[in-house]
Design a binder for this molecule. Structure first.
Ligand SMILES: Nc1ncnc2c1ncn2[C@@H]1O[C@H](COP(=O)(O)OP(=O)(O)O)[C@@H](O)[C@H]1O
Ligand SMILES: N[C@@H](CCC(=O)OP(=O)(O)O)C(=O)O
Length: 372
């Protein structure tokens, strides 16, 4: 879709993925604090320019294994889980210490694959991240390695970062790597490999060029970065791969350092609406004329405008929205269960707490969760 190369400067919401090899010294297992200070200065600069920044950081296992003195090489799952528990607490503290001097408040978000597969948890984590961002907090995200077992884990933070970017509707995802972009072959093995400035579309030919990593502390290599690129760009988010080991890698990217940009294939809103429209509804809401008019103006659906609720649906499930005459108005993700929706239909949002016994959300379906 986009033919112009995106820029970091124009981005509104940016997800930055930081690999273990950047943060943790491979020889000593120590945290590279100076590098992290440079990154923090870059984050502060982007924020000062009006962007919201989310950091997806690896490093818990690499840090933890150093602290625990575990042997080099592949770790048994239970050892990597224990190392993650030990390392994550230090990782979060390091980000806090690096960003605090810039007046930036950080918050830790640990997610598992299940959190994005289960719609309710997905919506919940999305709402929480949105709230954090609206409060000016910079989320520091990692996989919850301590509890994620082999079958249910991302295993690499490239794909996790892409999922976070899509979940949060980011317009740019930056993967800070140990390589300055995507090459026609693994540049560590093939000196003739050349870097692409831009990848417009991820074709099978492009996929065939991606190989494994060889660094020892990192996971995934270029394959998982391409998977991340596909997830991000299909949802309308541009993705860049650039060298992270320089002192101020994000400033360098802004100033034209070598990189590869993967172009978005659609715009984020359209992608999200298509995703919602394709879901199988679990129930139905009938709305009155006033609500129908509000929806036509792109507003959220409040309980006050709902006259009937049918079906069995949980929070986050898709429901059909119909007008009083039965016209199909769209599909949306309900923020309440069918039982709750029945209890609050026709009532003002201010009454929700008294009816349900907790504060709840003002809208029954938020406009961002609606395809009309
Ligand atoms: N086509 C390719 N272009 C660039 N790097 C590639 C390619 N194929 C394989 N690689 C390897 O992937 C590595 C980057 O992945 P990885 O080591 O997992 O980094 P990170 O720590 O950023 O997750 C590069 O250093 C390189 O050795
Ligand atoms: N969640 C793991 C990260 C695994 C991972 O993707 O590592 P990397 O290839 O360095 O980004 C950790 O914090 O150690």
């Amino acid at each position: 879709m986009a033919s112009v190369t995106p820029t970091l400067g124009a981005a509104r919401r940016i997800v930055v993925k930081i690999g273990s090899a950047l943060l943790v010294d491979r020889a000593t297992g120590a945290l590279r604090e100076d590098w992290l200070s440079g990154l923090a200065a870059d984050v502060a600069r982007l924020r000062a320019g009006g962007a919201q920044v989310i950091l997806v950081s690896s490093g818990s296992i690499a840090l933890g294994r150093g602290v625990l003195g575990l042997a080099a090489g592949e770790l048994a799952l239970e050892h990597s889980q224990a190392a993650a528990a030990v390392g994550q607490i230090r990782l979060a503290r390091a980000y806090e210490a690096a960003l605090q001097p810039h007046g930036i408040v950080t918050g830790q978000v640990l997610v598992t694959l299940e959190d994005s597969a289960d719609r309710r948890r997905y919506l919940n984590s999305r709402a929480t991240m949105e709230t954090m961002l609206s409060l000016g907090v910079t989320p520091i995200v990692n996989e919850n390695d301590t509890v994620a077992t082999d079958e249910i884990r991302y295993g690499d933070n490239d794909r996790l970062a892409a999922q976070v970017a899509v979940t949060c509707g980011a317009d740019v995802l930056v993967l800070l790597s140990d390589v300055d972009g995507f090459y026609s072959g693994n540049p560590a093995l093939d000196p003739a490999a050349r870097r692409f400035d831009v990848v417009e579309r991820i074709t099978p030919e492009i996929e065939a060029m991606a190989g494994e990593g060889i660094s020892g502390v990192s996971k995934g290599g270029m394959r998982t970065k391409l998977m991340a690129a596909r997830v991000a760009t299909d949802a309308g988010c541009a993705m860049a791969i650039t060298l992270g080991s320089t002192d101020r890698p994000l400033s360098a990217l802004e100033n034209g350092a070598p990189s590869t940009w993967f172009l978005p294939q659609t715009d984020p809103q359209a992608a999200r609406k298509r995703w919602i429209a394709a879901m199988k509804p679990r129930g139905e809401l009938v709305v009155d004329a006033g609500a129908e008019q509000a929806l036509a103006q792109g507003k959220s659906l409040l309980p006050a405008g709902v006259t009937a609720v049918t079906g069995r649906f949980g929070r986050g499930d898709p429901v059909t929205i119909r007008g009083a005459s039965g016209t199909h108005l769209g599909t949306g993700l309900a923020r309440y269960t069918a039982e709750e929706a029945k209890a609050i239909r026709g009532r003002r949002s201010a009454e929700i707490e008294a009816i349900l016994g907790y504060k709840g959300r003002a809208a029954l379906i938020h406009r961002d969760d609606m395809a009309t």
